[in-house]
Write a protein that binds this ligand. Structure first.
Ligand code: NCD
Length: 327
């Protein structure tokens, strides 16, 4: 592992001509396959640095405003950890009820406020398109940490990084990825399906009828020439699956609570079911899980969902360094 000064990814000075300097990260549609190679190169280097030195001063003096209008454990704390491991600091606003939002302040005004104090803003908000609205109001970079049922680009980046690190980047072409659960309201799968369409993968969607992948996403993926197929049961696709991506049924997004009751617990991954899967494959989940994966499966080497969280730290470190001109 090279030292910081020798690294092609981590220069000492702020590089205002770097391709991602000052950019917003709103959607996975912004990324090409080459861009991903670059992000993952930086993320890989971040992993090495964290393992060797823990914390280092790449973003010393920089401030992140972490603005969360919806609950979060992993996204919020991994962005905080990412900033602090890079020597920067964080303004955490996760209890918006204690901020001026509860006085009726608009999102653009809240964003304009925070950018007076911070160099970059991470935003999670319940409305689709909110990150784009925030980015329009802001001069500083805005990173979308989930906009309602829209997108969750940093999650899809860390998910793809996980696949590369776990199964080998060279193996991605030809892989079968099966997405399971709430494909309608799950923003992580909306972003992941779009991002994976940069590779020659085959995507299976397994969901209850009322939670099918939105047509809009399927059309975009189809336009890239990616084979896709929809199923209602897992058994028919599990044996061919290289990556099983499990999602939580998004209770908070249902208009009708009876619909939720009907589909919750539709699929549960456990050691018995996984006997039909390959030995060389991984099970992923953005987490939190609420019963879709039995804890009895956790010790199986194919259970990658806890490792996936750790990869998220490195990818978010990479993204922060990139938009702040330090990678
Ligand atoms: C996901 C989200 O918020 O969309 N969580 C996360 O960021 N890891 C998935 C979910 O809430 O089910």
């Amino acid at each position: 592992m090279p030292t910081q000064s020798q690294s092609p990814y981590l220069p000492f000075g702020e590089n205002k001509t770097a391709p991602w300097y000052g950019k917003d990260i709103l959607s996975v549609k912004q990324f090409t396959r080459d861009d991903l190679g670059y992000v993952f190169g930086v993320a890989h280097e971040m992993r090495g640095m964290v393992e060797r030195v823990g914390t280092f001063d790449l973003l010393k003096g920089k401030i992140l405003a972490n603005l969360f209008y919806e609950p979060s454990t992993r996204t919020s704390s991994s962005f905080t950890a990412a900033m602090e491991r890079l020597g920067g600091s964080v303004i955490p606003i996760s209890e918006v009820k204690y901020s001026s939002v509860s006085k009726g302040e608009s999102l653009p005004d809240t964003i304009r406020t925070l950018e007076c104090y911070a160099d970059v803003i991470v935003l999670r908000h319940p409305e689709t398109g909110s990150a784009a609205i925030a980015a329009k109001a802001a001069k500083k970079p805005v990173i979308n940490a989930g906009d309602g049922v829209g997108e969750h680009p940093t999650q899809a980046l860390l998910d793809t990084f996980t696949i590369f690190e776990e199964l080998g980047e060279g193996q991605i072409d030809g892989m079968t990825v099966t997405m399971l659960g709430d494909l309608k309201y799950g923003r992580t799968v909306h972003s992941l399906a779009r991002l994976l369409s940069l590779y020659n993968v085959k995507i299976n969607y397994v969901s209850p009828e009322i939670l099918r992948m939105p047509q809009e996403v399927m059309d975009e993926v189809a336009a890239k020439g990616i084979p896709q197929a929809e199923y209602s049961t897992l058994a028919e696709v599990l044996p061919q699956t290289d990556v099983l991506y499990v999602t939580r049924v998004q209770k908070e997004r249902f208009e009708n609570p009876e619909d939720y009751e009907m589909v919750k617990g539709a699929y549960v991954i456990d050691p018995e079911i996984m006997k039909a899967a390959k030995q060389e494959m991984i099970v992923m989940h953005p987490l939190p899980r609420v019963g879709e994966i039995s804890p009895e499966f956790d010790d199986d080497p194919r259970a990658a969902y806890f490792r996936q969280m750790e990869y998220g730290l490195y990818v978010r470190m990479a993204l922060l360094a990139m938009v702040l001109g330090k990678a």
